[in-house]
Design a protein. Structure first.
Length: 75
């Protein structure tokens, strides 16, 4: 069961979810199925080698989320 990252097109909430079978995901906050699939860090850095920490985004300036600016629902 793969884990996918989405941003809701209606309320702009980012979330991750497991996709089981052919089920369509929906936003856990507003229930919308208008979702934008995001590239995960694993997909972007999927080269199999070590990741250079200097290429990863810095923490969000608003909330300190380690995924970087725009990763939290505060932005």
């Amino acid at each position: 069961m793969p884990i996918f990252e989405f941003i809701c097109g209606s309320c702009r909430h980012p979330f991750e979810t497991l996709i089981q079978g052919g089920r369509e995901p929906s936003c856990p906050f507003c229930g919308s199925s208008d979702l934008e699939k995001q590239l995960s860090v694993f997909a972007v850095n999927g080269g199999g080698g070590q990741t250079d920490a200097s290429t990863l985004p810095g923490p969000c300036g608003t909330c300190g989320d380690p995924r970087g600016p725009g990763a939290c629902s505060l932005n």
